[in-house]
Structures are given as structure tokens and as C-alpha cells.
Design a protein. Structure first.
Length: 179
């Protein structure tokens, strides 16, 4: 087996571990999957970790979060407010160049919030389609998440289907999107 193929498999495993930790609500495991300054050989006593290998995250509809602390706080908040989440990944593509890897995928998400007061076990389940880009960095202890960016996929409506059939693709002839 060639080295690049092994790298791809290792990145796929790191990507899968990230989503599985989210599904289990395992904050410690999820935290261990994110890049730290020490992963880059930086002594945190003498360098501001925010200046070195800054991690970043964009959750759908959120502003950009930067720095390990801010990113991990966002996951703690999500885990505290989500009773159930499951990811079905499709269209997974992995590219490795040197010590950096890029993973693009579609997150088919099924989630449920807190149970209603009437005693039901779980709140209503909601499906969501999100596209994600995950950037990993090779470290002495394996591939670690450097950046996660997820954007919702907008559902097509009958109106846009009609526009597509008319050849406009949702764009006005002046180049602006149809409202």
C-alpha cells in the first residue's frame, strides 16, 4: 500500500471520528481531535496559542469562530442543547498534500431537541442537509482538525423548479437573483 493511500485512509478515519464523537456527545474525544499549539511544537508558555495554528469553525448560520477555546465552547453548547444527532455522510472526498488534508462532504443530519413536557422520550426529529469542508493537519499523534466550515444547502422550491424549466435558473436577466 502506498504512503499517500495510507494518508487518505488515516484522514478518512479522523474525519469519521469527529462525527462519531459528535453523535455520542463525547466532548473529551471531540476536543482531542482538534489541533493544539503543542501539536505544532509550540511552547504555550512563551507563545500565544491564538497566534499559532489558529483553529476555526463556522457552524451553519454562525459567525466565524477562531481559537481553540471559542471553537470548543461552541461544541459544548451544541452538545448541551442537542439530545440526539446523527450524521449520514455522503459525497466524501479527501485530498492530501504534504501535512495538510482537505475533506469535503455532505452532512445529512438527523437531530432532536429536548423532550416536550408531556413525557415523550425525545423532541421532534429534524432533518438538515449541510455541506462541509474539514481541514486537517498532520501531527506527531495523527491527523487533527484545523478548520471546520459547514453551510446549509437550501431546499429547492416549486418556484425555483419553474424558473429552471424556463431557463432562468433563478437569475433575473439583469444578473440579480430572483426574489
Amino acid at each position: 500500500m502506498s504512503a499517500p493511500h495510507t494518508d487518505v485512509e488515516q484522514v478518512e478515519a479522523a474525519n469519521t471520528a469527529f462525527y462519531e464523537a459528535m453523535e455520542r456527545g463525547d466532548f473529551e474525544e471531540l476536543s482531542s481531535l482538534w489541533l493544539t499549539p503543542s501539536d505544532l511544537g509550540v511552547d504555550e508558555e512563551y507563545h500565544d496559542p491564538a497566534d499559532t495554528g489558529v483553529v476555526s469553525c463556522v457552524h451553519p448560520g454562525w459567525p466565524v469562530l477562531t481559537g481553540r477555546g471559542e471553537v470548543l465552547r461552541s461544541y459544548a453548547l451544541i452538545m448541551a442543547n442537542t439530545d440526539y444527532i446523527q450524521f449520514f455522510l455522503t459525497d466524501v472526498h479527501v485530498s492530501v498534500t504534504g501535512d495538510t488534508a482537505l475533506v469535503t462532504c455532505t452532512e445529512n443530519i438527523l437531530s432532536g431537541g429536548p423532550a416536550p413536557e408531556d413525557g415523550a422520550e425525545l423532541g421532534p426529529l429534524v432533518g438538515q442537509l449541510v455541506v462541509a469542508t474539514n481541514v486537517f493537519r498532520r501531527t506527531p499523534s495523527g491527523w487533527k482538525m484545523w478548520s471546520h466550515h459547514a453551510s446549509p444547502v437550501l431546499a429547492e422550491t416549486n418556484e425555483s423548479d419553474e424558473d429552471d424549466q424556463n431557463g432562468t435558473n433563478g437569475i433575473h436577466p439583469d444578473g440579480n437573483p430572483l426574489a
